[in-house]
Design a binder for this molecule. Sequence first.
Ligand code: PNS
Length: 161
Amino acid sequence: MTAIYPGSFDPITLGHIDIIERAARCFDRLYVCVMMNADKKNPMFTPEERMEFVKKAVARFENVQAESWQGLLTDYAVQKGATVLVKGARNVCDFDNEYQMSLINRSIKPDLETLILPASAPYIHFSSSMAREMIRYRQPLQEARLFMRGNGVYLLFDTPQ
Ligand code: PNS
C-alpha cells in the first residue's frame, strides 16, 4: 500500500520525522511530498532548500522517498497510485484543520483516505513556525535539527540521534 505525507515542511522538524518514521512502518511505500500551502505565501526556505532538508531527513528510511509537487494533492496521489494521505496532529486545532482538509480531499477523490497520526509527546509543543521564529532570532535549534552558519545557511543534521 502506498501513502503520501504532504506538507510545506518550512522547515521539516523532528515532529515531522517522527510521523514519517511511524507511517513508514504502516505502508509499503511512503512519499514525503514538499508542497505549497496557499495560506503560507512567504516561506522562509525555498522549495529547493526544503527539499534538501527533507531528502536528508528521509535518507535512512528504505521505503520513503522525498518528492515535490506544485499542483493539487489529489492529482499527485493519482499519479503515485497512493490510497492514503498521512497527516500529523499535535492538538485539537491541528486535528480540526486536518479533518476539514480530509473532507475537501475526499470530496475531490472519494477513495483517498486520510490517516491522522497523533504527534508523539516530545513533539507536541514544537512547530515549523516556532523553528522559523527561532531562526530569525538566531536561537539554537536542537528540535528542528538545524544548524546555523555565519552566512545564514541552515542545514539539517545528517544522522538523527
Ligand atoms: O504543512 P502544511 O502547510 O500544513 O501542508 C498543507 C498542504 C501543503 C498539504 C496543503 O496546503 C495542500 O494539500 N496543498 C496542495 C493543494 C491542495 O491540494 N489543496 C487541497 C484541495 S483544494
